[in-house]
Structures are given as structure tokens and as C-alpha cells.
Design a protein around this ligand. Structure first.
Ligand code: GDP
Length: 686
């Protein structure tokens, strides 16, 4: 529908010339031949949306300052007090969507296409707020958040999809990025149960699940969801339902950080066993707090005091013994002490202040994945942050797809999965790995591209050999202390003590050795898994490694070093640590020259006539420029000439031409001091 400019001019008490001038200025289309304008634009000019003619003119005057920050600020201020959800006005009955996902910015065109708002109205509303925009203008999310509620549209801030590297490294924290504190709310803790075989991990998981299931009928779909959530004291707790620490190790080995608290199950009848120690070392290395559940308290030979006593050696001291580790006596079989254990989980998670932003697009981690007849590839995921919705397009490791089914741990179909919620999802293109990170993408293409990139990188990684040793050196965040993590397996406790004694003597402020686990015996598969998880190397002293274990190490890129003589072991480790030291920077003074004449200058290039007074001048060296006793800058000596001949260096007494690169200006009489910097490897003194 169109409106005649003549009629509009009469109505607005204006003239055709004035209106066409304004329309041109604002880059609005109109029919120049018939002098007609689209009804939307006419409405806009007609002050239908509250802008007076003079306002429009004034704003049009401001075109030069288009999208100027200050103007935007004013716009925000102007609308700041208004309600976010304004009732739609009469023109908005055709809106396509009430919620608009925006990452950092969005164009006017895209907003109109997605929401159904007419471009003229949106541009008008922007103009009203002091923002002069054309259809291709990009608006930042803050502006969109101010303007769109005027049309009854809620702007949903969504995160940009993380880079392939971030997804590959499964570094959920980097993916999550900075979050405004005001968007964060408490989330349920995610718990892994660890401990020695037969100490009661499965029983404990079953007992907790059976006695505390979140009320509700089973959905009747009998998928195994590899994690579940319970309710205790009106708070939720998520348990990863894969007993044993294999799953934890496997996930850690892939870089996933999902567990908030580890429950260490120790049978009161048996006490600390090798896997108990491994579990402790794992949790410590991953920085996860431990709660000890002393199990099988119903049995007559239960001896909790013995367990507490043994745990001290591994750095876990019970609170009632003056330490700070929560230890709860339980019977997973009878259900005794479970409530207390759950209380303690809530208490520890309160201290940990676990938070997430439920309003953003989801980031989640896969706990278990498999191929399911009828559903195709499925994954149990736990949401780290955000809310996963049915229909979201996701990338999950090297697979991607649209979430076409979500099942909770009761087999019920759900539409949303908020933070810490475990769900089984279907709709994936292939089976991802446990530990893979899920992220919501903007569209199918982006998800597919990401998944393909990840798949390609993984294939190349598999083809590539082990990571160089130095890459597994961790840098401790504060300061620059580099740590070489070791797992030490020895024939006897005595040889371990001797090795440890020697290693601990290597005391340097920049590098150190950290023995994350040690035990007597052969190198086992779980040692390899732990080494892969903790990025450490395995030292086998006077002990064997089976070919199966060697093969596994090969696959996982874990280095196993076998030694028969202690001094050779120490020598090697010392050499590694020396290699970890940053090289020393050595400055060698070469010589001095006097600047007699500036022959040529172009931009930062100079040709200088000089007399060498001391030492030598050398091609490639750096030159300190000294004027009146003060260094005024540094230049690069590109080449050196004696007469017509290019030379690499020249001694004192010679007159020469120097071609130098200098950002500043030279003056005749400047003193030039040449020097060289080299890097020398440092050796660790033992
Ligand atoms: P997991 O290997 O750590 O998962 O151990 P399970 O949960 O499979 O338990 C091993 C055995 O110990 C099973 O026969 C359980 O019934 C039993 N068990 C587990 N918890 C208790 C308990 O609190 N008391 C007693 N008496 N037996 C238990």
C-alpha cells in the first residue's frame, strides 16, 4: 500500500520538497516518479510511532554522527526506564517470533526477517532513539536489547560458538567465558563416585537413586541414562552413574572437567586399597574436593578408625581428627548414613559456590555415548551451563545434529535441560566420545563445519606421533613454575624412597617434579590412563611393563621410561628439567661508531656515513642510538658497506656506510653502539 506524498505533506502541514528531502536524507525508498511512499514509511513520517516532525528533522541533521557511541548511550538512557515487555502495538500483529537470539550483534535486515517487524518501523524506532540506521546496519546486542522490547520482542543473549580448538580441548571454562554475575544462579553439584572394586560404589549409586528419586512416574522408555538427579532437602544433586574411576579417568584423559565433588568409597572392612590411592591422586590432580564414604558399617568387622588412620598418609584427615576432609560412615546396603552423606554433599557444594547461567544457549559434556537401535547415536550429557532445548542445533565432538529427543533419567521426554541436568539426547550424526563437549550452534552449516573440523583434526592427531615430552609440562598459573608430573612404579618401596629422595633434591624456583602417583609393581593400564589424564610420564624402575600396557601407552601417547640404575634416571629427569628452563638472554657488546653524515633517508630507512671508533660493527646487530649521553632509540643494522663493497663486519678505525632501519630520526654526531643478543640454554645444577 502506498500513500501520495502530496496528501502526506498536507496532513503533516509540510511540503512535497521537504518530505522528499527528508526521505533522501534518511535513505528511505519512495516512488520518485509518482511521488508515492510506502505506507510503512508514511506512518513513520506521520508520527504514528510517536516521533514529531521536528524530531525527525533534528535527528536527520545528525546523520554524520551515525551510530555514534554517544548517541547510542542516550538511546539507552532514554529507554532505560521503560518496561521490557511492552504490549505489542497494532502494527505488530504479524510478528513471527517473540524471542530473538542474538550473539554479539545483528543486522537490521536480519531482525526484520526473523521477527516480522517492518524495516521502516524498526528504522523509525531506532531513529527515535537517536540511532540512524539503514537496512544493512549492524546493531550491537545492547542496542537490540533496548529497542526490540518496544515491539514486544525479548532478546535472548546467546553465546558465540566456541572455536574448534576450544571444543577439542574440552575446556568448558574457556567456552563459557566471562559471565555477568547477575545472570548466574546456583546449580546442582555433579558427583562422581570412586573407590576400590567391591567397596560398594554400585550399591551406593543404587541406594541413593532408589531412595531419593525425583518424584514422578517412569516414562516407560528404558534407555540407560548414564547419570541421574535426585532431590534432597529441596535441593538437587546430579550423580554420574558409572561406578569406578575408569569413567572419570577416561573423561579426564580427554580433558573434560565435569565432576564437582568426588565421593571416595572405602569399605570399613578392608580399608585403603591400591585403587583407593589412585582415586585420591586422580581427584587431587584434577583439583576436585573429596568426601569419604566409609562403607559397609553394618558388618561386624567394620573398622572406620583404621580407614581414617590409613587415609592420613594420603593427605586426607577426617574433620573429627582435626583435619578438613568430610568422612561419613555409611551402609550402602542398609541405607544408613546416606542422608548425612547427601547433607555433606550439599554443604561442600555450597562452599564451592557452583553457579551457571540458565538463560544462555547450552554448553554440556557427554558422560556416555552409544548407538541405540531406533534412535541412532545417543549421548547422555550433563549441562554445564545454559539450557538445552528440543530442536537446538548442536555440535558434540565430531558429531552434530538437531536435538530430536531428550529423555530424563526416568525415561520421560523433556523439552528443556537446565544446568547440571542429565539427559539422553538423540538426533546426532555419529557417536561422539564420552567427555566431548556439546555446544549450541547458530545453524546446521556451522554445526556441521565444526564437527567436520574436529573429526579431521582428530584423525590427524591419531596419525601424528606422541606429543613431545616438553608439551606435557604444566605451567602453574601463578608465577612461572613449570612442573613435570611423574608416575613412579618401582620394584620395592625402598627403591621408591631412594628415587624420591634424589628427585626432591632437584630444587629450582622455575622447575620442579611432582610425583602424582607411585606404587610397587608393574606398570598397569590404569597407570597409563592416569598418565594420559594428568599429562604425566611414567617411570618404571626395576619393574616390567607388559606388551598390552605398552600398546595402550602407545595409543594414548603416554611415555613410559624404564630404568635399571637410579643415577641414570636422575640424570635423565635433570636433563628434562634443564630443557624446561627458559634460555638465558646474553647481550654481547660489539663496538661503537660515530655518525658523521646522513647520506640518505626514506621513511624509516637511513644510509649513514660513520667512523668506527671501538670494536666492530656487524650486519644484523642492534644499534643503540646515543645523543647527549642518553639513549634515544634502537635501530637495526641491515647492511654495511666499505667503499663500494658490502661487508658483514668491520673493525675500528674504518669509515663505512651503514644501512639501518630506525623509527626515529638521526642527527649528525649521534653515537652508535652495536650489540647482539643470543640465547643460551641453561643447565640445572644438582
Ligand atoms: P563396587 O565394585 O565398588 O561397585 O561394589 P558393589 O557395589 O558391587 O558392592 C560389592 C559387594 O559389596 C556387593 O555384594 C554388595 O552387595 C556389597 N555391599 C555394598 N555395600 C555394602 C554395605 O554397605 N554393606 C554390606 N554388608 N555389603 C555391601
Amino acid at each position: 500500500m502506498v500513500v501520495k506524498l502530496k496528501e502526506l505533506a498536507e496532513k503533516l502541514n509540510s511540503s512535497i520538497e521537504e518530505l522528499t528531502g527528508l526521505l533522501k536524507k534518511l535513505e528511505f525508498d519512495y516512488d520518485e516518479k509518482n511521488l508515492e511512499v510506502d505506507v510503512d514509511i508514511a506512518e513513520l513520517l506521520e508520527d504514528e510511532i510517536g516521533t514529531t516532525k521536528s524530531d525527525i528533522e533534528n535527528l536527520a541533521e545528525n546523520i554524520e554522527g551515525t551510530m555514534d557511541r554517544e548517541i547510542k548511550k542516550t538511546a539507552r538512557k532514554k529507554t532505560a526506564g521503560k518496561t521490557k515487555y511492552v504490549k505489542r502495538n497494532k502494527f505488530d500483529s504479524s510478528l513471527k517470533s517473540e524471542i530473538l537470539d542474538v550473539s554479539n550483534s545483528i543486522s537490521v535486515k536480519e531482525i526484520c526477517e526473523k521477527t516480522g517487524i517492518s524495516p521502516a518501523k524498526l528504522i523509525g524506532e531506532l531513529m527515535k532513539n537517536g540511532i540512524i540506521a539503514n537496512i544493512n546496519q549492524s546493531l550491537d546486542i545492547d542496542t537490540a536489547m533496548v529497542i526490540l522490547p518496544e515491539f514486544g520482542i525479548k532478546v535472548n543473549r546467546v553465546s558465540e560458538t566456541g572455536s574448534t580448538d576450544d571444543l577439542l580441548s574440552r575446556d568448558v571454562n574457556t567456552l563459557i567465558g566471562e559471565e555477568d554475575a547477575e545472570n548466574l544462579s546456583e546449580r546442582p553439584p555433579i558427583i562422581t563416585i570412586m573407590g576400590h572394586v567391591d567397596h560398594g560404589k554400585t550399591k551406593l549409586l543404587d541406594t541413593i537413586r532408589n531412595t531419593n528419586v525425583v518424584a514422578g512416574e517412569s516414562g516407560g522408555i528404558t534407555q540407560h541414562v548414564a547419570a541421574y538427579q535426585i532431590s534432597h532437602n529441596e535441593k538437587k544433586i546430579t550423580f554420574i552413574d558409572t561406578p569406578g574411576h575408569e569413567a572419570f579417568t577416561e573423561m579426564r584423559a580427554r580433558g573434560a572437567k565435569l565432576t564437582d565433588i568426588a565421593i571416595l568409597v572405602v569399605a570399613a572392612t578392608e580399608g585403603v586399597k591400591p585403587t583407593t590411592i589412585e582415586a585420591i591422586n586422580h581427584a587431587k590432580d584434577a583439583g576436585v574436593p573429596i568426601i569419604v564414604a566409609i562403607n559397609k558399617m553394618d558388618l561386624p568387622d567394620a573398622n572406620p578408625e583404621k580407614v581414617k588412620n590409613e587415609l592420613i598418609e594420603y593427605g586426607l584427615q577426617a574433620e573429627d581428627w582435626g583435619g578438613d576432609t568430610v568422612m561419613v560412615p555409611i551402609s550402602a546396603l542398609k541405607g544408613d548414613g546416606i542422608d548425612k552423606l547427601l547433607d555433606m554433599i550439599l554443604l561442600v557444594s555450597e562452599v564451592e559456590a557452583l553457579k551457571a547461567n540458565p538463560t544462555r544457549a547450552a554448553i554440556a559434556t557427554a558422560v556416555e555415548t552409544h548407538q541405540e537401535p531406533g534412535l541412532g547415536p545417543v549421548a547422555t550429557i550433563i549441562v554445564n551451563t545454559g539450557t538445552l532445548k528440543m530442536g537446538d542445533i548442536v555440535v558434540l565432538g565430531n558429531s552434530y545434529g538437531k536435538v530430536k529427543a531428550m529423555l530424563d533419567d526416568n525415561g520421560n521426554r523433556v523439552q528443556f535441560a537446565p544446568p547440571s541436568f542429565p539427559v539422553l539426547i538423540a538426533g546426532l550424526s555419529s557417536t561422539p566420545l564420552a567427555g566431548d563437549v556439546l555446544q549450541v550452534c547458530k545453524n546446521d552449516k556451522e554445526a556441521k563445519d565444526r564437527a567436520n573440523q574436529i573429526s579431521e583434526i582428530r584423525t590427524n592427531e591419531r596419525l601424528a606421533s606422541k606429543a613431545p615430552l616438553l608439551e606435557i609440562v604444566t605451567k602453574i598459573a601463578k608465577g612461572d613454575l613449570k612442573v613435570l608430573k611423574l608416575i613412579v612404579k618401582t620394584d620395592t618401596k625402598g627403591s621408591f624412597d631412594a628415587i624420591k629422595g634424589s628427585l626432591m633434591k632437584i630444587n629450582h624456583e622455575e622447575v620442579m617434579v611432582d610425583i602424582i602417583h607411585h606404587a610397587v609393581g608393574e606398570v598397569s593400564q590404569s597407570d597409563v590412563a592416569m598418565a594420559a589424564a594428568g599429562q604425566s610420564i611414567i617411570i618404571a624402575f626395576h619393574t616390567k611393563t607388559s606388551s598390552d600396557v605398552n600398546k595402550l601407552a602407545e595409543q594414548k601417547g603416554v611415555e613410559i621410561r624404564s630404568y635399571e640404575i637410579i643415577y641414570k634416571l636422575i640424570e635423565d629427569i635433570t636433563a628434562f628439567l634443564s630443557g624446561m628452563l627458559d634460555p638465558e638472554e646474553v647481550v654481547t657488546e660489539l663496538g661503537k661508531a660515530e655518525l658523521r653524515q646522513i647520506f640518505f633517508t626514506k621513511k624509516n630507512e637511513y644510509i649513514l656515513g660513520c667512523k668506527i671508533t671501538n670494536g666492530i660493527m656487524k650486519k644484523g646487530s642492534t644499534i643503540r642510538v646515543i645523543r647527549d649521553g642518553e639513549t634515544v632509540g634502537e635501530a637495526k643494522l641491515d647492511s654495511l658497506r666499505k667503499g663500494n663493497e658490502n661487508v658483514t663486519e668491520l673493525k675500528a678505525g674504518n669509515e663505512c656506510g651503514l644501512k639501518v632501519h630506525f623509527k626515529d630520526t638521526f642527527m649528525e654526531g649521534d653515537l652508535l653502539e652495536a650489540y647482539e643478543v643470543s640465547f643460551v640454554e641453561r643447565k640445572l645444577e644438582v
